[in-house]
Design a protein around this ligand. Structure first.
Ligand code: PEP
Ligand code: MG
Length: 651
């Protein structure tokens, strides 16, 4: 079967999205090909897929043939057409703007490179310049060529095995783990191996064959006028290097000896080497190669390590320097800074540290208002991999767990058992704090494999959220049953998205009672959970008093509420100015909701983006909002904003 699609994957099918797409394709027995502009490649090779240079907005055709073609087509199309299909992982942090670098004053001894990871750093240089690998150019006799190919395969397996154990040690779903996964895909890529084996077949040794194959493919990537693709050439070099080292039974210079506070200086560092280095000891990174989109830059940003890459031949000045200073936001680096610069940088680093420290003072802070009202600052999560981040910043539970990401990442509908495992782990991680789980919130704009969505003119006004779930008890009941069972492990609360009538709440309650009766009959342990409603439609605001009388809590979804109140599509940039949560109409809707909740004596929280807006937090608190839930990165600043509001009220 064949189907065409407009690709909605942000940044197109480059390294990590390509690796994920290939992994999905390989999960099916069917042959999967993808075509763009008259060129067709196997979707089971990430190298071929990346070289097809599929960008967001491109039209592609998927050709799937085999026993499981319907499922494969459904899953792969959902991935391509769904801009959020890659979610469930940490959003990639953006590289710092390079605009500032252009205005940067020129200082003596300063070198300009790519601003790859913001922040100032100063310290002793740790040079990392492993020798380049040279082809061996040994002749392999025809009778020994198969054995040489087998030697290559063994080396590849050893490298992928080492990378897999790194993934096992990393936080599940973390960006580092995803990068290593993409490298594993490259190491095992059928095109790369086929090229190397073909060269061995002509009589060259495995090291030379691998270096040649890696180089040939890297050149193809470098030719493409796209920084992402150029960065993949670096990945290919890194991977082929590891395979060649395994073939020669050598190890690269070890980064495990990096001293505390060092500035790592290298021509290039493979993402593989960097990801297993003691990153907490590295104060800054300087590289001759690389740019803001290379994996080294992504790892540096994820770990808050300032980095300047792409310094070119200037890296030689740092190689021999004793100390270095860098400004990662401006892409500036200084070899052996003079006393004035040392003082400047030391002062900047102290300020940076002070700001960070000032916020960490709020990790254990539990905000209480002047009138004694306790305020919960909770985290919005989409996957278990985000738990550690949320706990590290002192999130007081979870105010929104978006369950659809688990459904979207799954080749078919996740079973009750799989869902149970996820909810139970989540509840246990935060107990005794509350975890609010939102039931499946999907629609025509966020399709899921296993549910057939009709083509809709207006998916945002269509068959989505609670509307779809109530029509599909076979989808909804396993989720409710899993939640009832998992509530044993902690304190789960459950909320319903897109509610617009009282009937939707009542029908859900009836379904929950049915699930409880079933579990009782089956002798399975469960615990009833508090059932709340998300307020994100104008209808829900207008019937808030009636909803409050029958629900345990409200959570205001300001993202959707704003689009529906203002009749301004949240994805349409030409009406973005209208989508302002602070506009009087939206603020009045929030106020009406809070009033209805407070009068009924139930908790009212906000879990849309506005919850983290420190300029609006005082107004929300005045309205009687009791919980603000946001991305973990915003938690500390929100706690500070509430504390400052309280301090002002007390004087
Ligand atoms: C909202 O609409 O404000 C919300 C929190 O849900 P989502 O952004 O997932 O639609
Ligand atoms: Mg919403």
């Amino acid at each position: 079967m064949e189907r065409s699609a407009i690709v909605r994957v942000k940044e197109g099918l480059h390294a990590r999205p390509a690796a994920r797409f290939v992994k999905l394709a390989r999960a099916f027995q069917s042959d999967v090909e993808i075509a763009k502009g008259g060129k067709t490649v196997s979707a089971k090779s990430s190298v071929k897929l990346m070289l097809l240079t599929v960008k967001e907005g491109d039209e592609v055709t998927l050709k799937v043939r085999g026993p499981d073609e319907t499922e494969a087509m459904g899953m792969l199309m959902a991935y391509l057409e769904n801009p959020q299909a890659g979610l469930g992982e940490e959003p990639e942090q953006q590289p710092p703007s390079t605009a500032a670098a252009d205005e940067a004053p020129h200082r003596p001894g300063g070198h300009k490179g790519a601003a790859a990871s913001a922040g100032a750093a100063l310290g002793a240089v740790f040079p990392y310049f492993p020798p380049t690998l040279e082809p061996v150019d040994a002749d392999i006799l025809p009778a020994e060529r198969e054995a040489e190919k087998a030697r290559l395969r063994t080396a590849i397996a050893a490298v992928t095995g080492r990378m897999e154990s790194m993934i096992a040690a990393a936080a599940p779903g973390s960006a580092d783990a995803e990068i290593v996964k993409a490298l594993i895909e490259l190491a095992g890529d059928e095109d790369l191996i086929a090229r190397a084996e073909e060269t061995i077949g002509r009589g060259l040794d495995a090291v030379s064959a691998m270096l040649a194959a890696g180089e040939a493919l890297a050149v193809e990537f470098e030719r493409l006028d796209d920084p992402y693709m150029k960065a993949r050439a670096e990945d290919l070099h890194a991977v082929t290097r590891q395979i060649c080292l395994a073939l020669t039974e050598k190890e690269d210079v070890d980064l495990s000896g990096v001293p505390e506070g060092a500035i790592l200086v290298a021509e290039d560092i493979g993402a593989f080497e960097l990801a297993r280095a003691p990153l907490n000891r590295i104060a800054g990174i300087l590289c001759g190669q690389g740019g803001a989109t290379s994996h080294v830059a992504i790892i540096a940003r994820n770990h808050g390590i300032p980095a300047v890459l792409g310094l070119g031949s200037a890296i030689e000045a740092f190689r021999t320097a004793r100390r270095a200073a860098l400004d990662g936001g401006r892409g500036l680096a200084f070899a052996d800074p003079d006393q004035t610069l040392e003082r400047d940088f030391a002062a900047r680093i102290a300020r940076q540290e002070e700001e960070r420290q000032a916020l960490t003072a709020y990790v254990d802070h539990k905000p209480v208002l002047a009138d004694g009202r306790a305020i919960t600052i909770a985290a919005n999560l989409g996957s278990l991999s985000e738990i550690d981040n949320a706990r590290a910043v002192g999130a007081m539970g979870v105010g929104l767990f978006r369950t659809e990401l688990m459904f979207m990442a799954h080749p078919m509908l996740p079973s009750e058992e799989e869902q149970y495992q996820t909810y139970a782990a989540l509840a246990a991680a935060f107990a005794p704090q509350d975890v609010i789980v939102r039931t499946l919130d999907i629609g025509g704009d966020k399709p899921v494999a296993g549910i057939d969505f009709p083509e809709e003119e207006n998916p945002f006004l269509g068959w989505r959220g609670i509307r779809m779930c109530l029509d599909r008890p076979a989808v909804f009941k396993p989720q409710l049953r899993a939640l009832l069972r998992a509530n044993h492990e902690g304190n789960l609360k459950v909320m319903l998205p897109m509610v617009s009538t009282l009937d939707e709440l009542r029908r859900t309650r009836t379904l929950i009672e049915e699930c409880e009766a079933e579990l009782e009959r089956e002798g399975k342990a469960f615990r009833r959970f508090a059932l709340g409603v998300m307020i994100e439609t104008p209808a829900a605001v207008l019937i808030a008093p009636e909803l409050a009388a029958e629900s345990a809590f409200f959570s205001i979804g300001t993202n959707d509420l704003t689009q529906y109140i203002m009749a301004a599509d949240r994805l349409n940039m030409s009406v973005a100015a209208l989508g302002d949560v602070s506009s009087p109409a939206v603020m009045r809707a929030i106020e009406l909701t809070a009033k209805a909740g407070v009068e009924a004596g139930i908790m009212v929280g906000i879990c849309g983006e506005a919850a983290a807006d420190t300029t609006l937090i005082p107004r929300f608190l005045e309205m009687g909002i009791g919980e603000l839930s946001m991305s973990p990165a915003a938690v500390l600043a929100a706690k500070k904003a509430v504390a400052e509001y309280t301090a002002r009220a007390e004087v």
